[in-house]
Ligand binder design. Structure first.
Ligand SMILES: [Zn+2]
Ligand SMILES: [Zn+2]
Length: 376
């Protein structure tokens, strides 16, 4: 640590669309007021990371990505009281000032607070040039500095690879069911896309007592995984209407969740809705994608379109509930971790996530200096 409290950390630096990742030493500033420094144990690859790497969404390069993480608090800035040094914490991109209108109403994901980290990146290269703090998190690095609202403590009984998934994918999927759509028992649910978020929607729907739960994915391996996580039926995109009619006795769906960013997944999704049904948009496609909706049909059928950012989650409430469900054996996180990789092997983790066959690939950090590669 140097005089102004900054530390050197190894980090995965992405330099441009389609470019290989460089593992470099960067400088990480000390946490300011209401900020914490966390040593990262695990950070999963989310499809949002790939959207930036592949040019679907724009970002300022060079950047350190990674926003679905777990680690240990090592330093507290002034005024932090929700966690203590040594606490194991989930690290998320959800940041809530606690004071703005949205935060006062409990809508953490819509916070408009003017936080210091919105104006400065805590990361710079060894020459002092700034490096983008990807999604306000930058957890493909040995340590991060984030706002204290971005962390929530969890007990030692949860392995870090599992806890990491609570930072984005599982929080987003289960939250879309419980917080955004408020799915009830025996609701008919269709889930389009069975990646990490889609499988989490399926788990959330199962926990809510939904029936049937129809999983839709072009990949047979994903359909099989969906059945393992609680879907009652699974099909490719062409089979939705027929399967839904059969499974509901002619009714349609009370909720259709679109969990993928693939533009084709949105077309026709509203056609699967029953009267009073809700279309829940969870996946975020590349900039510029449009969908056609007939407003008259929507009004007559009393249907709703709901956007769901990060499962409308509140970290301080949702993480403890998901941890309890995991520890009670109700929420399966372990089977969602397809493989783990060391930071040096992060491009393999990205390639596996991009292939669509993996559910979650996780970068693990062994602070004792051993390699972390393994495939399950
Ligand atoms: Zn994510
Ligand atoms: Zn706020």
């Amino acid at each position: 640590m140097s005089g102004n409290g900054e530390v050197k950390v190894r980090a995965a630096v992405s330099r441009g669309v389609g470019m290989a990742t460089s593992i470099k030493e960067l400088l990480l500033a000390a946490p300011g007021a209401d900020e914490v420094r966390v040593a990262i144990d695990a950070c999963a690859v989310c499809h949002s990371d790939l959207m930036f790497l592949d040019g679907g969404w724009s970002i300022d390069f060079p950047v350190v990505l990674g926003h679905e993480a777990a680690g240990r608090v090592v330093e507290l800035g002034e005024g932090v009281d929700n966690v203590a040094a040594g606490d194991r914490v989930v690290v998320s991109l959800i940041r809530a000032c606690g004071n703005c209108r949205a935060c006062q109403r409990g809508h953490d994901v819509a916070c408009t607070g003017d936080l210091a980290l919105l104006h400065r990146s805590p990361l710079s290269d060894l020459d002092g040039e700034p490096v983008t703090h990807g999604l306000g998190t930058a957890a493909f690095a040995e340590q991060v500095v984030v706002h204290c609202s971005q962390v929530a403590a969890f007990p030692d009984t949860v392995p870090p690879e599992a806890a990491a998934l609570l930072g984005c994918g599982v929080l987003t999927g289960v939250g879309a069911v419980t917080n955004t759509a408020q799915v009830g028992a025996e609701d008919a649910v269709v889930v389009i896309g069975c990646g990490g978020v889609g499988l989490s929607v399926i788990q959330g729907a199962r926990l809510a007592g939904a029936d049937p739960i129809i999983a839709v994915d072009p990949l047979p391996t994903k359909q099989e995984a969906a059945l393992g996580f609680g879907a009652t039926h699974a099909t490719g995109p062409d089979g939705i209407a027929e399967l839904l009619t059969k499974a509901t006795g002619g009714r349609l769906a009370d909720h259709v969740f679109v969990t993928t960013a693939a533009p084709g997944a949105f077309a026709g999704a509203a056609d699967q809705l029953d009267r009073m049904g809700s279309l829940v948009l969870v996946g975020i496609p590349a900039e510029g994608v449009k969908i056609n909706i007939d407003p008259g049909l929507l009004a007559v059928a009393n249907q709703r379109i709901l956007g769901s950012k990060m499962g409308t989650a509140r970290l301080a409430e949702d993480v403890p509930r998901l941890v309890d469900q995991y520890l009670a054996g109700l929420l399966d996180l372990d089977s969602m971790v397809t493989s783990t990789h060391s930071l040096d092997d992060i491009d393999t983790a990205f390639a596996e996530a991009r292939s669509g066959e993996a559910i979650r690939t996780v970068v693990v950090f062994d602070h004792s200096g051993h390699t972390g590669d393994s495939t399950r």
